[in-house]
Design a protein around this ligand. Structure first.
Ligand code: C5P
Length: 232
């Protein structure tokens, strides 16, 4: 599986998202549609961006009882996305239900990955807010193993954890990593961050990059810089 840069299209609505994608005349970046855009525009925005020829990671991070997640995933399976996700914190049973729901009658399904710990969470917040006292890396690896046991294709984690996830779950188990910033850039609310070049060295399969591209005065140049550092 080739490495790729996924742009987090965190926009308020269709107009902003499509205006942004119109900037890309020479390439068709892999696009992540998250809660903001999906809740604002509904499934039609997914179909529209797909029609324009982009691969789509639908990042809705499902986390509910297994039956509810199974039914929701079965609805999402009808949207022709390439990747979607759940929270590993929903348990192995929930992740197994998610796969069942996502799998179409003909046996095909989008890639399914699990969020381990959000990249905005650090050791201190995990201990104080979630009462999880174990080292953060151990928690991420445990969640990754659960996701693999449930039959998922990979995890969302910090790029800093990608190498260890591959060691624990195998090199073909995907690591999709947000929390990417250019050297010297703003970190925003992300806590466990690194650069595209370093993410490549550690072994991320996909980096998810939002504000460093969408907030740049020249988003196409920022995207190309990511591709140059991470893929080429
Ligand atoms: O703007 P920024 O580069 O921080 O965007 C990162 C994107 O990845 C956001 O859309 C965020 O919701 C998502 N994400 C994350 N951490 C996770 C899972 C998803 O930051 N663990």
């Amino acid at each position: 599986m080739g490495k790729d840069v996924i742009i987090a299209c965190d926009f308020a609505g269709k107009r902003e998202a499509l205006e942004f994608l119109d900037l890309f005349t020479d390439e068709k970046p892999y696009v992540k549609i998250g809660m903001e855009l999906f809740y604002a525009e509904g499934p039609e925005i997914v179909r529209e961006i797909k029609r324009r020829g982009h691969k789509i990671f639908l990042d809705l991070k499902l986390h509910d009882i297994p039956n509810t997640v199974m039914k929701a995933m079965s609805v999402l399976s009808k949207l022709d996305v390439d990747m979607c996700n759940v929270h590993a914190g929903g348990t192995i049973a929930m992740m197994e239900a998610a796969i069942r729901g996502l799998t179409r009658q003909d046996g095909t399904r989008p890639l399914l990955i699990a969020v381990t710990q959000l990249t905005s969470t650090d050791q201190e917040k995990m201990a104080s807010d979630l009462l999880i006292e174990k080292p953060l890396a151990d928690v991420v690896m445990h969640y990754a193993k659960n996701a693999k046991a449930a039959g998922l294709d990979g995890v969302v984690c910090s790029p800093l954890e990608a190498g260890m996830v591959h060691k624990v779950c195998g090199s073909s188990f995907l690591t999709v990593t947000p929390g990417v910033r250019f050297a010297g850039g703003e970190s925003g609310d992300q806590a466990r961050i690194t650069t595209p070049a370093r993410a490549k060295e550690i072994g991320s399969d996909y980096i998810v990059v939002g504000r460093p591209i969408t907030g740049d005065a020249d988003p196409v140049a920022a995207y190309r810089r990511c591709v140059l550092e991470f893929v080429d």
